[in-house]
Design a protein around this ligand. Structure first.
Ligand code: NAD
Ligand code: UGA
Length: 458
């Protein structure tokens, strides 16, 4: 069959995988190939156990895989055949050299650019799908267009706004799709090609076209604004705990103002995930490198409040459990950075587990999807931990439960049965405010939620 477009995606991760699955589903007239250097990951994408847990994704993969969607490790062949290449490799925070701890590590990105150059005998459109520092497109073009054969590559920015746990819905019905290019004739032509892909299912009014720098910067800005909302409400949660105001009531009242809006105001143990922290720190680094110290400090404080919120959670546990948790069994309900994913990158649970271990607590980790990743994250202290998928078993013999992920599963457990198997007095620390605190208090638990007055029997 002749395909209208031959699309390649380099990077079969949380973004590349689901995005290409949805493009292949919506556009049977295109051939979509996803390549990755990680052989096990590609093998998993081609098996019955795809490498990421994302509601609804399994079913879609089954529909299109080996029809117009292909997963492969043949990166070079893929580059050779494609007209349009989405690059969705990881761009973590740099851990070494200049900018360590803040700047984006672009080594995977640059390697990809060089691979594209080495395996292309004609011009192609290169789409920045990864989240990148503003002005990366110009570095990319310099590498690509410096070739002696005069092959021309056009770099387009098309950042991804999906959130994990709702990736399929976010991709099928996005608030907006953003496509930035150079404002030249060739740039606009390339942009139009990418618009054409999304126009297969996204209403035109939701496809935003912009210059390439605005597009790159909008992605960092969107994540910074979202994280800022969480840090803002989390900072208020601390005042609520001191004043008997209730953070849920405050968030509800504040969010009713249509200028503010109700979403993303859930106070929590802290935001996690692979992107918020890294992208804000990247923004901070960019500001610092332009000498914008005040702007850098402003955004860095969003990350600092988040770190403080995580630390505060551990301190609350310690001080309320009579200032010692040494030898006490503590069950963590949830380890993923949010519900409906097995992803644990930058999960607050990692920091909290380590903090509890420092206090010599006996920590039992429970999570319906994230136990394998939890074991990897905590490899160095694995022998001091217990991993138990069944929350009833995890809480048996425990002094305290800490809810760290808002899985629905934890809302509906038999907490009476759980309490009877716990050491008394039993404590619950609800880091996600998902439980019925009054009911638990009446059962005899001492209940500590985020941004609410404590409910204690002593
Ligand atoms: P990921 O780590 O899950 O996936 C990246 C993949 O790229 C890995 O499988 C890796 O093996 C592969 N890779 C690296 N170098 C390669 C190369 N040279 N050739 C082939 N494959 C290579 O990362 P992710 O979560 O999918 O994030 C990718 C990018 O998307 C990041 O820039 C991130 O900031 C951005 N982003 C992520 C999310 C999210 O929710 N995870 C949402 C929006 C944007
Ligand atoms: C986030 C953004 O929401 C996406 O738009 C973006 O594409 C993505 O980052 C990215 O660039 O990687 P994600 O990190 O997958 O998506 O998940 P979110 O739903 O944003 O949650 C992030 C963290 O904030 C989680 O730990 C979550 O529990 C926490 N959170 C979220 C709160 O504590 N309170 C809230 O009200 C909302």
């Amino acid at each position: 069959m002749e395909y209208q477009k031959d699309i390649l995606c380099i990077g079969a991760g949380y973004v590349g995988g689901p995005t290409m699955v949805v493009i292949a589903t919506k556009c049977p007239q295109y051939r979509v190939t996803v390549v990755d250097i990680n052989k096990e990951k590609i093998h998993a994408w081609n098996s019955d156990h795809i490498p990421i847990y994302e509601p609804g994704l399994d079913e879609l993969v089954k529909k299109v895989r080996d029809k117009n969607l292909f997963f492969s490790t043949e990166v070079e062949k893929g580059i050779h055949e494609a007209d349009i290449i989405f690059v969705s490799v990881n761009t973590p925070t740099k851990t070494f050299g200049q900018g360590a701890g803040k700047a984006a590590d672009l080594q995977y990105w640059e390697k990809t650019a060089r691979q594209i150059l080495a395996n292309s005998d004609r011009g192609k459109i290169i789409v920045e799908k990864s989240t990148l520092p503003v002005r990366t497109a110009s570095a990319m073009e310099r590498i690509l267009n410096g070739n002696p054969d005069g092959i021309h590559f056009e770099v387009v920015s098309n950042p991804e706004f999906l959130a994990e746990g709702s990736a399929v819905g976010d991709l099928e019905n996005p608030d907006r799709v953003l496509i930035g290019s150079k404002e030249t004739e060739e740039g606009r032509r390339a942009r139009k090609e990418i618009v054409e892909i999304y126009a297969n299912w996204v209403p035109k009014a939701r496809i935003i076209e912009s210059n390439v720098w605005s597009s790159e910067l909008s992605k960092l800005t969107a994540n910074a604004f979202l994280a800022q909302r969480i840090s803002s409400i989390n900072s208020i949660s601390a005042i609520c705990e001191k004043t008997e105001a209730d953070v849920n009531e405050v968030a509800y009242a504040v969010g009713k103002d249509s200028r503010i809006g109700p979403r993303f105001l859930n106070a929590s143990v802290g935001f996690g995930g692979s992107c918020f922290k890294k992208d804000i720190l990247n923004l901070v680094y960019i500001c610092q490198s332009y000498g914008l110290t005040e702007v850098a400090d402003y955004w860095e404080s969003v990350v600092k409040i988040n770190e403080w919120q995580e630390k505060r959670f551990i301190q609350n546990m310690l001080s309320n459990m009579f200032n010692t948790i040494a030898g006490k069994r503590i069950a963590l309900f949830g380890f993923a950075f949010k519900a409906n994913t097995g992803d644990t990158r930058e999960s607050p649970a990692i920091y909290i587990t380590r903090g509890l271990l420092d206090e010599r607590a006996e920590v039992v980790i429970s999570d319906p999807q994230a136990l394998i990743n939890a074991e990897i994250d905590l490899e160095d202290v694995k022998d001091s931990l217990f991993f138990e998928i069944d929350p009833y078993k995890a809480a048996s013999g425990a002094h305290a439960i800490a809810v760290l992920t808002e899985w629905d599963l934890y809302r509906n457990l038999d907490y009476q049965r759980i309490k009877e198997a716990m050491v008394q007095p039993a404590f619950i620390f609800d880091g996600r405010n998902i439980l019925d605190h009054q009911k638990l208090f009446q059962m005899g638990y001492n209940v500590f939620a985020i941004g609410k007055a404590p409910l204690k029997h002593f």
